[in-house]
Design a protein around this ligand. Structure first.
Ligand SMILES: Nc1ccn([C@@H]2O[C@@H]3COP(=O)(O)O[C@H]3[C@H]2O)c(=O)n1
Ligand SMILES: [Zn+2]
Ligand SMILES: [Zn+2]
Length: 250
């Protein structure tokens, strides 16, 4: 069975019409959640997928729309299902995720004092691909987002690029398409204003056609509907719709 992708949400950090930009990948043999934002458990509930059916979670970077749901996920799995969720994460994110994000809510004297006490932590090495669940292979690609904060975009099954929040990186997109066989690009977009920490629609519109025709837009603001027809050949991903890999590729 081929890979399917369902965005739990397609909104940016401030969106109210759209849930957090988190994705559920299903290979038919396993389910991988890419990022677990504040709205992830509600979105999973709405699409009828229990947390216990998620085989692993992968984190791209530390912002609430990408990790804000981990406390609930961790507690539910440990308390209700008596097991630790599998968490894939780059080494530089472990300390800030625990010390600056989760420790306040999750620590418990004598019981929980580190990330490994509530998650089955698997460390990923950037630029080296690994099979995270059967049928889903991921390579972390470091990309720039916020100065001083590590962030990792993803190259999935050697064919699909999934951007973390990132500033425009045209050379990387060229390289992936022309030298690594990338056939589809799920890219975050900032529809208005200067792209200080994100990639703007105007920047993506400056790319040559072979790249634009592979791009599907996500992580957008509540006014997305006003931009339909203004994104050239690029399409907007719809939250909760199930896409089969072939629909996203050129
Ligand atoms: N230097 C910054 C830092 C943050 N932000 C906004 O806060 C959001 C955090 O989640 P995000 O999805 O990365 O989007 C960020 C910006 O909207 C921003 O616009 N500029
Ligand atoms: Zn974000
Ligand atoms: Zn971010």
């Amino acid at each position: 069975m081929s890979l399917s992708i369902q965005m739990l949400g397609t909104g940016n950090a401030f969106a109210k019409r759209y849930y957090n930009n988190n994705a559920l990948l299903d290979s038919g043999e396993g389910k991988l959640l890419i990022d677990c934002g504040t709205t992830a458990s509600l979105a999973l509930h709405q699409i009828g997928v229990p947390l216990s059916e998620i085989d692993a979670i992968l984190i791209t970077h530390i912002h609430a729309d990408h990790v804000g749901g981990l406390e609930e996920f961790g507690f539910q799995m440990n308390i209700l299902h008596r097991r630790k969720p599998v968490l894939y994460i780059a080494e530089p994110l472990i300390h800030p995720l625990w010390e600056h994000t989760l420790k306040g809510g999750m620590s418990q004297q004598g019981m929980i004092d580190k990330l490994e006490d509530v998650f089955e932590v698997n460390v990923l090495t950037p630029d080296k691909s690994a099979t995270l669940v059967p049928g889903i292979k991921v390579e972390l690609i470091p990309t720039r987002h916020i100065p001083g904060k590590n962030s990792y975009s993803l190259f999935i099954n050697d064919r699909l690029f999934y951007s973390a929040d990132m500033i425009f990186a045209p050379d990387l997109l060229h390289h992936l398409v022309h030298e690594r066989g990338c056939r589809g690009i799920l890219h975050e977009v900032q529809l208005q204003g200067a792209g200080e920490v994100h990639t703007t629609l105007d920047e993506l519109l400056s790319l040559p056609k072979p790249l634009q025709e592979r791009i599907h837009l996500m992580h957008y603001s509540d006014d997305m509907e006003q931009f339909r027809g203004k994104a050239g050949v690029m399409s907007f991903l719809e939250q909760q719709r199930i896409y089969h890999l072939a629909e996203l590729e050129v």
